[in-house]
Ligand binder design. Structure first.
Ligand code: NI
Length: 167
């Protein structure tokens, strides 16, 4: 396994729209294992392939406290969504930034697992937030893009300054 490099906002590559996985094979499974290892090491609760500069529709998630409940979503599709929730979100591509985002409270998602088998998951609350957040990544969208333009401009300036100071 390997720990992959996570793209940092505002890296343009985070805006790439991911392609459907045509065939779930050993290469896909290796990527899934590496993504999971990268997510656990970060540590984080979710990671989209987009964030490691692989533009395929693959997501890994684990919201358990014990970090032993990995969920793999390949070619995820939202079949239905209802309700609303406001929650604070963070992202491994935007470290240290937490902002409130409005999301659906309940979603039904269909996806393939790492064996290529289709399954459906009904998610609510925090799990629903995580899935929607990661699915946005596959569309090239980072959660901070839900903020006002003014807030986004301030955020980019803040991150630039922070990176300069880190050098
Ligand atoms: Ni994220």
């Amino acid at each position: 396994m390997a720990i992959l490099q996570i793209l940092q906002y505002p890296d343009e590559r985070l805006h790439t729209v991911a392609k459907k996985v045509e065939k779930v094979d050993e290469k896909t499974r290796k990527l899934v294992r590496d993504m999971a290892e990268t997510m656990y090491a970060a540590p984080g609760v979710g990671l989209a392939a987009t964030q490691v500069d692989v533009h395929e529709r693959i997501i890994v998630l684990d919201i358990s406290e014990t970090h032993d409940d990995l969920m793999v979503l390949i070619n995820p599709e939202i079949l239905s969504a209802s309700g609303e929730q406001l929650g604070e979100e963070g992202c491994l591509s935007v470290p240290g930034i937490y902002e409130t985002v409005r999301r659906s409270n309940n979603i039904t998602v269909r996806a393939l697992d790492e064996k290529g088998e289709p399954f459906t998951v009904e998610a609510e609350g925090f799990l629903a937030v995580c899935i929607q957040h990661e699915m946005d990544h596959l569309q090239g969208k980072v959660f901070v893009e839900y903020l006002s333009q003014l807030k986004q401009t301030r955020l980019r300036a803040k991150l630039k300054k922070r990176r300069r100071e880190a050098l």
